[in-house]
Structure formats: C-alpha cells, structure tokens
Design a protein around this ligand. Structure first.
Ligand SMILES: [Zn+2]
Length: 444
C-alpha cells in the first residue's frame, strides 16, 4: 500500500567523514564529523539516515548493504571552475595566459562547432570527473550553443549536478570564436529556458573575461541576469598582470578590474570569479559585500606562472569571501582534487600560510557547495541532501600503505593525518568508487 514502493532504498557501510561547519572560522576538530563504522541509508537518491552501523543495523536489516571495509567515504568533490573543451590540450607547454589562449585554447575551442565532436569530449570529460571523485562542477564551454547542449545532455545521462553556460566572446578572439552581443544574449536565453533547473542541471551566464567582451555584450549579460536572477554568473578576474593592464586599457573609465563587472550588474551572490590573484583590498571587500565567490585554481596558477592566491586574505574574519577549489583544466594540470589541494597547500606555504588537511577537504566539499549556493543540496551527509559521495582507499599505493599503516584509524587526529597523506601522495587511483544520486557511477 505504500506510495514509496518504487523508490529505491540502499545502504552503504564504511567510515564516513564530512563537515558541519567551516574550519577557517571554528576550531577545526569541531567542524568535522567522523563515523568510523557507519551506515548510510539512501532513498530515491536522497540521504535518509546516517549513523553508526550498530545503531542502524536492526532498523534496516532487510536492506542489502554495500560494504566498503577500511574505506573512507567522503561527500563527492566539487570543482568550481573547469573548461571542458580544453580537456585535450591539458599539459600544453607555453609561456603565459594570453599567449596560451592564442596558441592552444582558441584553436581547440573552434572544434566544438561540431556537435558530435563536442559530445565525444563532453562524455570523456564527465567520466574523468567521476574517476576523480568529482560529482559537482561549474564548467565553461565555448561560444557554440551546441557545445553547451552536448555537455548538458551527457551530464543528464549521468544525473550529475553540472552548472554551465555558453561562453560569451565578441572581440579579441579569432572570427570563428566570436558571437555578437545580440546572438550571445539570444542563444544564452534559449539555453537558460532549455536547461536551467532541468533535473540537476543549472545555468551560468559566462562571459569569458573582460578582454573578450565589449561593453555592449557585458551590458546584455547584465540584462539576462536581471531577467533570470536565479542563474549564475561565471567569469575570470585578475589572473595575470598583463591581463589586468589590458582590461584597464579597454575600460578606461573603470576604477579597477572588478568594477568592469560591477557596472553591468554581474557581481552578485551567485557570481563566481576564477583566480583573483591580484585584487586590491577594496575589490576583496566588494566581493565580500556582494556575497560572490572566488575559484582558487592552484595548479593552473603555478602552470601558467600566474601568481600566488592568498586564501587567508579571502577567508578573513572581517570581510570573508566565499572560496571553492578548482582544477581549471586545461590551464590546470590535473582533474584530481588531491593534486589541486597539493598545489593549494604549497601556494599557502610560500606565503607563510598553512592550509590544513581539514581546510583543504572542506573547500572541496561543503565549502565548494556553499560557494555555489548549493549547500541545501550537496556538500555533506546531512539528511535530505543528494547522495553524491566518493569511496577512498587511503592505502592504495605501496607508499600510502606504508605511511598509513594504522588499520582503520579511530581518533580524529589520526584521520586528519591520513587526509593529509592523500593531499601529498594521493591521485585518482585512491578513488575506488563514485556515487551520484545514490547510484554507482564509477568503480575501479
Ligand atoms: Zn579558466
């Protein structure tokens, strides 16, 4: 008689770790929850219950349990800035940003005019995310609407929480990669109507950056945001000095780089700005007031020689700015969130800052969800959230096995240490399985 007879219920057993608050602002060990032998009950893709195995085993004794003994189960990772068309140019040697765009990025983006090609790369790209334990991502595409359709179609097949939008570019790019203010506006509008809030998919208005959009285009992007206040805005900000100088030439009436976007109503609580390495104090303050987000892209910032982002400055007590971690493939060097944390750690060290393992994993999970205004849906194991999670083997390589000799660490300090070994020694091999909406989406 139950109306829920069609809803799939499943149970997962393992060691669960997630965050309940922000370790940048609260005593670290109080921000994390760790259940050494836990059981998670998932119903219709939603977390129904999580507690110790002993507490729940009789209540759910009829449900078959998928067990991961000795494995660590974390919320699915969140990558808040990544370019899917650049998948195949990752690891292309070059000098710095503007030359790298001309030499590698623009030619490859031209190939995405072909929908079949875009579909092939989108499929490969999303599978790469899953193999690395990433279940939510904010993704850049190309100017071609069909490249956006291809990504969303593939994401829908996998039931992934993907945010993306058509790239807007109407100058300072090859002719074949330019739209116009009007076509950019119209194409974006059609795509918003087609994809925003379809299943788990969400739309982001995406001017590439101030250099490749005219004032007319940015103005219309702002109009779109007014017409669809629920969609995101996603762009780049203050990545390299030569870029900042060029923006100042192109927008002589703007007091700084952020002001270019502010003038057009693009700095909002659902705006995500990648890089933000050379912001003035006032720009940090204004991002804080607007409730906007910075995407910290450490592997890319090192690879392209961009500079050292100050996480402590962004996560200040007085004017905090939301921050998430991002791979920024193909400027970034890896799809792996572990590798991304590794470079984030080194960038912090070079500035006399210490990025603890809990802070790093927070940024990749609950912090990432908050930075995308998705904390009511993903980011931790709160009951009612979507069951996206990743199963990690902290002893997957001989070296990790030697280093993490303790079998099933029980104390929180032991597990904090083990998380740090993943940051320094881990890679995608440590990801044993990835679940999306409670369903197995990838398994080694
Ligand atoms: Zn980027």
């Amino acid at each position: 008689m139950s109306q829920n007879t069609d809803i799939k219920i499943s149970a997962i057993r393992g060691s669960f770790l997630d965050f309940i608050s922000d370790p940048f602002y609260y005593p670290e060990l109080e921000t994390v929850r760790y259940i050494n032998d836990g059981l998670m009950i998932v119903s219709g893709g939603i977390i129904q219950e999580l507690d110790t195995y002993d507490k729940l085993k009789y209540k759910y004794s009829e449900i078959p349990v998928t067990s991961y003994p000795g494995m660590l189960i974390l919320p699915g990772f969140i990558d808040i800035h990544i370019h899917y068309p650049q998948t195949e140019i990752i690891a292309s040697s070059s000098t710095q940003l503007l030359e790298w765009l001309d030499k590698y990025t623009f030619p490859v983006e031209g190939k995405f005019h072909d929908k079949n090609y875009a579909q092939k790369i989108a499929s490969f790209f999303l599978d790469q995310l899953l193999q690395n334990g990433t279940t939510t991502a904010l993704v850049l595409t190309t100017i071609y609407p069909q490249s956006v359709d291809a990504l969303f179609e593939e994401a829908e097949l996998r039931n992934m929480r993907i945010i993306a939008g058509k790239m807007l570019m109407d100058r300072n790019a090859p002719d074949y990669l330019q739209d116009t203010p009007k076509t950019g506006y119209q194409d974006s509008k059609s795509l918003i109507k087609k994809w925003h809030r379809k299943g788990r998919l969400l739309y982001a208005i995406t001017p590439r950056f101030a250099i490749t959009s005219t004032s007319e285009q940015l103005y219309l992007a702002g109009i779109l945001k007014q017409e669809f206040p629920d969609v995101y805005v996603h762009t780049h900000l203050s990545e390299q000095q030569s870029e900042i100088e060029k923006v100042a030439q192109l927008f002589p009436n703007s007091r700084d780089y952020l002001d270019v976007y502010e003038k057009f109503g693009l700095v909002t609580s659902k705006s995500i700005f990648a890089h933000c390495i050379y912001l003035q104090d006032s720009e940090f303050d204004r991002l804080s007031q607007a409730g906007s987000t910075i995407a910290f892209c450490p592997t890319s910032n090192l690879f392209l020689g961009s500079g050292l982002f100050s996480i402590n400055k962004a996560k200040s007590q007085n004017n905090p700015v939301k921050v998430g971690l991002a791979t920024d493939v193909g400027g970034g060097t890896s799809f792996s969130i572990f590798k991304t944390m590794n470079d984030a750690y080194k960038i912090s060290q070079l500035q006399g800052q210490n990025l603890s393992s809990l802070k790093a994993f927070y940024l990749a999970t609950l912090g990432g969800a908050i930075s995308l205004s998705l904390e009511d849906k993903v980011g931790n194991f709160e009951v009612g959230k979507e069951a996206d999670f990743v199963v990690i083997d902290t002893r997957v390589t001989p070296l990790l096995k030697l280093r993490n000799a303790r079998n099933n660490p029980n104390s929180l300090t032991d597990i904090v240490d083990e998380l740090f070994t993943l940051i320094i020694l881990g890679n995608e091999r440590a990801v044993k399985a990835t679940y999306v909406g409670g369903n197995l989406a990838y398994e080694i």
